[in-house]
Write a protein of this length. Structure first.
Length: 345
């Protein structure tokens, strides 16, 4: 498999990037959801009139549509309109569209070319980059998928202008994570709220470079790439428990506080550093209102997490602001304590 490629630039350059590939396709498909059809597709077409001939595939928006049934309908629509092995699928949307579009493309006729154009901050700094595709099963997220790279991921922060504020902030949860695990300068940059929008391009490219570094060294996630899971063990459990009420970045933000607390109990960070994490998270996110009766079910979600090996809870923890280490094996009791810590904040 080839290494990941991305371009961070104006969508006006999209056509030249396509031409550089020196490829031809029999059919081009563009996958959107109802929101990206309204807000992002016109921007893409205006800048790239050659795409007017492409077939548009439109989905309802939302995580609940990231299913096999929807993939089935997409494969059928493509077959009905003459798609073959030489077709191209362009995924224009957030993580749901790029995850599912990547899965559909990497399995259709045993794999056709695809390109991601992420339109959410979460997509631009994370989901559309790294080669993981996937769909959900009824009770569990991302259980079926492939490792497959798009021809390239094309990132233009212009698309974020129409993104609802809550979605933008949710994406910042991932950005805080990159700062905490690998880049103190990025973490500091996030304190400058006034210039946040101005700094967005720098922020995005910094995150992409950090993720790229991990992927190039550890594509299948057996080592360093696990660092990207910081905040995600507890975060995923919270996200699953609240089933759609809490956005991914919101859950990860709470998860980062809990897991930083674990880092403190492991003597990896100081109380002052924990305070810094909490301050950063609450400068963007409201506290998720947990009740004591929720702690046990959240813990059960965590134990079911696929990242745990042989029933032991495996964490990536920070060793300071901007540094992290993998494979910290912890017991249920400590994790419960970390949830109680968050609960009592
Ligand atoms: N493959 C990976 O490595 C990876 C990593 C992280 C997350 N993910 C996946 O990503 C998904 C979450 O992604 P997401 O947060 O981008 O969610 P999403 O795709 O559901 O997008 C969020 C909402 O914003 C709307 N939207 C998107 N772009 C817009 C724009 N520019 N203007 C207006 N509205 C816009 C969408 O229609 C949707 O309603 C999850 O399914 C998660 O599992 C995958
Ligand atoms: Zn994440």
């Amino acid at each position: 498999m080839t290494d990941p490629t991305y371009h961070i630039e104006s969508i006006n350059n999209f056509e030249s990037r396509i031409n550089e590939l020196d490829k031809t396709w029999t059919n081009i498909y563009i996958l959107v959801d109802e929101n990206t059809k309204e807000h992002c597709y016109p921007l893409l077409l205006d800048a790239n009139p050659f795409l007017e001939v492409a077939n548009l595939l439109v989905l309802d928006a939302g995580e609940e549509y990231k299913t096999l049934e929807i993939c089935d309908s997409l494969w059928s629509s493509m077959l009905d309109t003459g798609a073959d092995r030489k077709s191209l699928l362009i995924n224009l949307g957030g993580g749901v569209i790029t995850d599912m579009g990547g899965f559909v493309a990497s399995t259709f006729k045993r794999g056709i070319d695809f390109i991601h154009i992420p339109t959410t901050l979460l997509g631009q700094v994370d989901a559309a980059f790294g080669g993981k595709t996937g769909i959900n099963l009824e009770y569990s997220k991302n259980q079926v998928g492939t490792f497959a790279h798009p021809l390239f991921t094309f990132i233009d922060s212009q698309f974020l202008r129409t993104l609802p504020e809550r979605e933008l902030i949710s994406g910042l949860g991932e950005v805080i994570k990159y700062g905490l695990i690998a880049d103190k300068v990025l973490f500091e940059l996030l304190k400058d709220k006034e210039s946040l929008i101005q700094n967005l391009d720098t922020i995005i490219s910094t995150c992409v470079k950090i993720k790229e570094g991990y992927i190039l060294n550890d594509f299948k996630e057996s080592g360093e790439r696990k660092k990207l899971n910081f905040g995600h063990s507890v975060g995923h459990a919270i996200e699953s428990y609240f089933m759609g009420e809490v956005l991914h970045g919101e859950a990860i933000a709470a998860g980062m506080i809990c897991e930083s607390y674990l880092a403190l109990t492991e003597k990896l960070i100081t109380e002052k550093e924990l305070e810094e994490v909490i301050e950063m998270v609450f400068s963007f996110f409201n506290k998720i209102e947990l009740e004591e009766k929720m702690i046990e079910p959240i813990l059960n979600e965590l134990k079911a997490d696929k990242k745990n090996e042989n029933g032991v809870l495996n964490f990536t923890l920070i060793d300071g602001i901007g540094e992290s280490s993998i494979n910290h094996f912890l017991g249920e009791k400590e994790v419960k304590e970390s949830l109680m810590f968050y609960f009592n904040l």
